[in-house]
Design a protein around this ligand. Structure first.
Ligand code: DX5
Ligand code: ZN
Length: 217
């Protein structure tokens, strides 16, 4: 299994102080920063887009893991690449042509991730899509909002994907905390996204290092 990458979700940060919050997380040991892009169509919420990501890019060297909760993922590839995005994760539910989209993302110089919502089966990405993609994101809450409860019933999908793809980055996102990390790590997830679990912690560095330990052992 690839090594742990811990990706705090900036959705739980103070948006008026994004640069300070990003630096706080990298100083606390974050490997990646998870940036939740929502368009009000694919999910009933609005967050940030390329203009904010490009402003943040000037303040940190961190790897930008962009989670695109958007109805038209094809539309934003070039903008996010220019803004400094490095992983572009689209939802399988939002596209008819995932293989073409993965190629478009790679051509734009980014890694390609594919996300599945809690009710979407792992089968929807197993095969050509998972083989071409750099990462599969198994959502552990319904996308749209931070602070929701971790859905343990998504773990069999992580197990199945890990058994088929031992070297693939498998990301979990939603409700990750010290209480839910064991289930995720045991199932085989190695990229851990956490908003509330890290930003609201008294000691974010301890949470991040515990996540890393659980994944790597
Ligand atoms: C939800 C987002 C998550 C969110 C996770 O749609 O994709 O990245 O920020 O937040 P927590 O960790 O609070 O569930
Ligand atoms: Zn996310």
């Amino acid at each position: 299994m690839p090594e742990a990458k811990i990706a705090p979700s900036m959705l739980s940060s103070d948006f008026a102080n994004l640069a300070v919050e990003a630096t706080r997380m990298t100083k606390n040991g974050a490997d990646w920063l998870h940036l939740d892009v929502m368009d009000g169509h694919f999910v009933p919420n609005l967050t940030m887009g390329a203009p904010i990501i490009s402003c943040l890019r000037k303040h940190t060297e961190a790897f930008f893991d962009c989670h695109m909760m958007v109805a038209k993922p094809e539309q934003w590839v070039d903008d996010i690449a220019k803004a400094g995005g490095q992983m572009y994760t689209f939802h399988i539910e939002a596209t008819q042509e995932p293989v073409k989209l993965i190629k478009q993302i790679h051509d734009a110089g980014m890694k390609a991730g594919v996300a599945i919502k809690p009710k979407t089966p792992a089968d929807s990405v197993i095969g050509e899509i998972a083989e071409l993609a750099d990462m599969v994101l198994v959502m552990t809450v319904e996308p749209g909002f931070g602070g929701q409860r971790f859905m343990a019933d998504c773990m069999p999908k992580v197990e199945l994907l890990r058994s088929k793809y031992p070297h693939l980055d498998i990301e979990v996102d939603g409700g990750l905390s010290l209480e839910t990390i064991d289930a995720s790590a045991d199932a085989g997830a190695n990229v851990i996204v956490a908003g509330t679990g890290v930003f609201k912690a008294e000691d974010p560095s301890q949470v991040i290092s515990t996540f890393r330990e659980k994944v790597n052992t």
